[in-house]
Design a protein around this ligand. Structure first.
Ligand code: PRP
Ligand code: URA
Length: 211
């Protein structure tokens, strides 16, 4: 599969190992949530490698030391419900990141995203928006979320997911070529219900024990 350079697929052995456990249908919701948090933390390391920093000094026990501090306010945009589980993983690295929830579900007949929750403030309060959703299937939910954020005024947006389908990666990168996509893996295909195969099933149900 050839994707544009803005599509980043992790090659990290820990990501591969943990993703395999995540897919396993025997993995229970508690372990599933822990794995989502851990994989997200690993992906965040790669997805935040271009965060802006500014010089800062600290006093060590011996002398002054030149260092850096993060300059950019970071916003996490989990797509409800399944994106919620990814927040904790990034908060471990960026505890001061703001979280702005977007509620979308996929209509099972039309497969179109239906928006049901949005409490974004009138003007953007962050300079980098990280959209969080474990599953990039048809890409409808991700494209809609980027549309919402761009209308809001966000101008630096990245998408972070765990498993993508080729169809979803292509749709998001064509609709929003300026939005980098960070994934653990791209799977084989979508089935007739637009579920990712082999995938992991329903990411929301498996996290929240509602399947
Ligand atoms: C899942 C998933 C994405 C969407 C992906 O959410 O978390 O948001 O489907 O599908 P798409 O790429 O075809 O739009 P779902 O609609 O199942 O809602 P949930 O998270 O509340 O379970
Ligand atoms: N949503 C999921 O949770 N899983 C899929 O495979 C597709 C959409």
């Amino acid at each position: 599969m050839n994707f544009p350079a803005t599509v980043h697929i992790s090659n990290h052995p820990l990501v591969k190992h943990k993703l395999t456990l995540l897919r396993d249908k025997k993995t229970d919701p508690k372990q599933f949530r822990e794995l989502i948090r851990e994989i997200t933390l690993l992906l965040a390391y790669e997805a935040t490698c271009d965060l802006e920093i500014s010089p800062a000094t600290v006093q060590t026990p011996l002398s002054e030391a030149a260092g850096f501090k993060l300059k950019e306010p970071v916003g996490l945009i989990p797509i409800l419900r399944a994106g919620l589980g990814m927040v904790e993983g990034i908060w471990e690295m960026i505890p001061f990141a703001e979280v702005w929830h977007i509620g979308l579900f996929r209509d099972e007949q039309t497969l179109r995203p239906v928006a049901y929750y949005n409490r974004l403030p009138i003007h953007p309060t962050v300079s980098l928006c990280l959209i969080l959703d474990p599953m990039l299937a048809t890409g409808g939910s991700a494209v809609k979320t980027v549309d919402i954020l761009k209308e809001w005024g966000a101008n630096r947006i990245k998408f972070m997911g765990l498993i993508g389908a080729p169809e979803g990666v292509q749709r998001l990168s064509e609709a929003h070529p300026d939005v980098p996509i960070h994934l653990a893996v791209v799977d084989d295909h979508l089935n007739e219900h637009a579920y990712i195969v082999p995938g992991l099933g329903d990411a929301g149900d498996r996290q929240f024990g509602t399947g």
